[in-house]
Design a protein around this ligand. Structure first.
Ligand code: NFA
Length: 102
């Protein structure tokens, strides 16, 4: 079945390891205080969504508690999270934006 000739098996050819970098989901979390219009504005401003897409996603977060806004490389996801958190804090809203490995 296996190694009947007692040699040391050396794998001569493997598929090229094209390891893709991990991707990260950026999430928006619901809260009771951030105005709906502010969340819609954030989605338009930082995620390039249309107004209709933004309203729909905001309502999903409002009703379900959380939603994925997009999937990005680690660096882009980190930047998006930082920009949203900074913008929300500057406007004194408790809106939370986080990232997690896909
Ligand atoms: N739940 C917030 C409200 O009723 C709206 C909201 C939606 C906040 C999505 C955060 C994220 N004002």
């Amino acid at each position: 079945d296996k190694d009947d000739d007692g040699d040391i098996g050396v794998k001569l050819e493997t598929r090229p390891k094209t390891k893709r970098p991990p991707m990260y989901k950026v999430l928006i979390l619901n809260d009771d205080y951030t105005p709906m219009e502010f969340v819609v504005h954030v989605l338009e401003r930082f995620f390039g969504m249309t107004h209709a897409q933004s309203v729909e996603l905001m309502m999903t977060v409002h009703q379900k508690g959380v939603a994925v806004v997009g999937v990005f490389s680690h660096e882009i996801a980190e930047t998006k999270v930082a920009m949203v958190m900074d913008f929300a804090a500057r406007h004194q809203h408790p809106l939370q934006c986080t990232m997690e490995k896909e």
